[in-house]
Design a protein around this ligand. Sequence first.
Ligand SMILES: Nc1nc2c(c(=O)[nH]1)N=C([C@H](O)[C@H](O)COP(=O)(O)OP(=O)(O)OP(=O)(O)O)CN2
Ligand SMILES: [Zn+2]
Length: 155
Amino acid sequence: MLITRRLEFDAGHRISTHNSQCRHLHGHRYVIEITLSGNIISDEGVAEQGMVMDFSEIKRIAKEVLVDKWDHAFLVYARDTLVVEFLQSLKDHKTVIIDTQPTAENLAIKAFHILDLAFQDAYGNRLALEQVRLYETPNCWADARREIINHTNNP
Ligand SMILES: Nc1nc2c(c(=O)[nH]1)N=C([C@H](O)[C@H](O)COP(=O)(O)OP(=O)(O)OP(=O)(O)O)CN2
Ligand SMILES: [Zn+2]
C-alpha cells in the first residue's frame, strides 16, 4: 500500500547557470509530496490500526529533518560563490548551501536522501520511502523515485 503526505514551504533560489530568468534571485512556494510504502497495521485496538503510518507522524518527521530547515531559507549552490558570500554577509540569514544547482530535480533527490534516512531511522524495514515529488510551481515538478535514484551517482 502506498500513502502520500503533502507539505508546503517557501524558499528562495536561483539557477546561476540558467540562460534566462531563473538566474535571477527569486522564490517559490514549493510543494513536496512524500510517498511511503508499507503494510496496513491490522493489530486490534492500536492507535495506527488500519493505517500504514499516521499522516501526522509523516508530517512531524518531514518538518523536523527537512521542511523547517528549508522553509524561508535561501537554497544556494555551493559554487555560486557571489551569492554564497553575499548571504553569509547577512547577519543570521537562513541559508542552505547545496552541492548541486537547486533545480527541482536536484532538490527532489536531496530531499529523498534526507527523508529516506529519517524514515529508516524511525521505522527500519517496516516502511520504505518510495518517491518524493517536488513542485517548484503548480506546473513544474520533479519526481525522485527509489528505483531511479538508486541507479544514479547522486549523493
Ligand atoms: N528542468 C527544470 N527546468 C527549470 C527549472 C528546474 O528546476 N528544472 N527551474 C526553472 C526556474 O527556477 C523557474 O522558477 C521556473 O521556470 P518557468 O517554467 O519559467 O516558470 P514560470 O514561473 O515562468 O512558470 P509558468 O507556469 O510559465 O508561469 C526553470 N526551468
Ligand atoms: Zn525558480
